[in-house]
Design a protein around this ligand. Sequence first.
Ligand code: GAR
Length: 224
Amino acid sequence: MALKIAVLASGNGSNLQAILDKHAAGVLDVDIRLVLCNKRNAYALERAEAVGVPTLCLPHTDYPDRESFDQAMIKAIQESGADTIVLAGYMRLLTSAFLQAFAGKVINIHPAILPAFAGVRGAADAHEYGVKLAGCTVHFVDEIMDHGPVIIQAAVPVNPEEDVETLKQRIHSAEHRVYPQALQWLAENRLSLEGRVVRLASSDKPKLAAAGNCLVWPPLEEGF
Ligand code: GAR
């Protein structure tokens, strides 16, 4: 059965687009019940509307506090029928109440190899630090920012002299491969937790450990 998801985004929505594209290509078994944005000008809203996916904009500035805003989101998501929350460039911390409402079913993508460079400037911080391998991480969300169990990571080599914008673009390209893959593993019910270690049940699908110039682990499977 398709994974019923709500995608939360605050901005451009290129990860949302990657999810929409893989879904349209027939390799990602999701039912996108709602795209929810906390900013009126989020381009993610247009991307969803363009393909007839339901959207809702709830500007967080319309609410007196974080708790009441998250309660409004919980209500809207539950009404949509989604039970899995996909954070795709959603740039706000979630309350405990929100995480409890969708316990174990909230996932996020972060533009760094966690646990290094958590926070809102992941890729820029890695670039400034001078790492030789940057990258991205898809993980389950827990109460601590950018901390939950890791599902998949991609390591993106940093080219000497590369500016931060170019690096960010290359990290984005890796994100667009690994996020739909992680969602498909979730849809196939192949992820389980041992403590904070995510185990992936095996399959006989052909695998690809490299995506462009990066190392991806666990390897991407056919279609991603
Ligand atoms: C992505 O790079 C994502 O990893 C990052 O925001 C960007 C959203 O891009 N998220 C975070 O930094 C969360 N801490 P998009 O709107 O084009 O998908």
